[in-house]
Design a protein around this ligand. Sequence first.
Ligand SMILES: *Cc1c(COP(=O)(O)O)cnc(C)c1O
Length: 389
Amino acid sequence: MTHEWAPETVVVETGRPTRTNDASLNHPITLTSTFIGTAEATPGTYGYARTGNPTWDPFEEALATLEGAALPGLVFASGLAAITAALDLVAPGGTVVVPRHAYLGALDGAAQSAAAGRFDLVPVDVADTEAVLTALETARAEKAGLDDGTGNSVLLWLESPTNPMLEVADLPVLLARAKEFGVLSVVDNTFATPLLQKPLSFGADVVVHSATKYIAGHSDVVLGAALTSREDLRAKLHGYRTIRGGIAGPFEVWLGLRGLRTMALRVERAQENAGVLARRLSEVPGIEVRYPGLPGDPGHARAAAQMNGFGAIVCLVLPDAVQAEKLTGLVELWTPATSLGGVESLIERRRRHATEPHSVPEGLVRLSVGIEHVDDLWADLEQALRAVL
Ligand SMILES: *Cc1c(COP(=O)(O)O)cnc(C)c1O
């Protein structure tokens, strides 16, 4: 078929078994540790189940198609496993430029590696394009000699919108400049999903996902993925996954693909709910709302230009930690829990995590808006806010 499928079709149709009589519509879960190899000279595709598993293939193919990657994706045991592998792309002693606000596990892991001397870490405000470019240029000048030919002396790590501040980076400009500078770039696309944002199309070298979130979508599995169109980088990431050994179980990957089938519908409803709630919340006196979909939000123009929607994460800033904690305790439909991207709505005060940067306000509450009826979500939030404010 020459007609290119829309993402809504890709999530449903990609990665199906070949159409033969009596073929099952879904791939089976292949439970094996090893694969029969009859001829030494022509080893099979998998060999051993730490290297590959047929259950991974349709999921990896579907994600690559969605992100526009020229090569199959790589599934990892968790988002952080994919992130750890991608961070290892930087040369020993190189520099990783990271967002000052980002997924906490990524920041904590990078800080630990930096403390152990693996690389230097330079935190930047990713919304400040000039600051990011200056950091990249400085790092490249310092570290050029370390490059192995892949551009790995410096690695630009991006998240947009960022967790939990929802800052929006100018992805087309930053990724194009990273390419001009000859440095690696990685984008954590978990918040946006490939439905709303395609970093590889802006020149990113690698995209990583916590598939735990919108991709699997039901808060029942922990899973990650990395996507790239570069053979050299895919080989390194594949090697890291195989040799470090933290691979995904076949059942989890099967669940990931099963969840992906409805991702377009879920994301559409969740972000529609998020937009309605953000607008209603912005009329409540005494709180600040952050959501790139609001016309007054600092990230609005950029998000409108580079995204296909504004996502389903909304943040509220209450005056202090006590009020924020009170809010998360008074809701009845929203679930107080960390994580995001599931069908159900979650609420969390982010500074309850000790290592969350102190530039994140004490009273910041992150809402992961789910697919429930928006009026029920609003009624619950409103009664809780009324009791708090
Ligand atoms: C949850 C999350 C991760 C980590 O993924 P896990 O699957 O929990 O390991 C990474 N990045 C972002 C943006 C996330 O939300």
